[in-house]
Ligand binder design. Structure first.
Ligand code: 5GP
Ligand code: ZN
Length: 113
């Protein structure tokens, strides 16, 4: 997708602080973190949102969820983490490329302005 910022990050056209990458997914630090540790895990395939995912995407979604605990641990989440998937306008989704927010680190976390 030409105008998708996350597709541009995948292509290396926009820089990111990479956490993990393989043939299917990319993880990178959120540019405006809501927690001491806050990264995004995205599929390399341009999926608009969880609501648009198709049955054939189920293995990819499963792989992504299964990766989260490992990546969270590697990033230093020692006492748990929060997973959020904002979906659609009422879900507060701002970037139209499916992404899993993974947030962790010691509480309390800063509030967004
Ligand atoms: P959403 O509200 O769509 O669930 O979250 C989008 C997230 O992407 C936000 O937390 C925002 O800070 C992050 N974000 C938006 N643009 C960029 C960017 O260019 N680079 C990085 N690393 N994160 C971004
Ligand atoms: Zn995209």
């Amino acid at each position: 997708m030409q105008d998708c910022i996350f597709c541009k990050i995948i292509k290396g056209e926009i820089p990111c602080k990479k956490v993990y990458e393989d043939e299917d997914v990319l993880a990178f630090h959120d540019i405006n973190p809501s927690a001491p540790i806050h990264f995004l895990l995205i599929p390399k395939k341009h999926l608009v949102s969880l609501a648009e995912a198709q049955p054939e995407d189920t293995p990819l979604l499963g792989k992504m969820l299964a990766l989260v605990p490992q990546l969270a641990k590697e990033q230093g989440c020692q006492n748990g983490f929060r997973v959020v998937i904002n979906t659609g306008r009422d879900g507060g989704q701002e970037v139209g490329h499916l992404h899993i927010h993974v947030m962790g680190g010691p509480q309390p976390w800063p509030r967004r302005s």
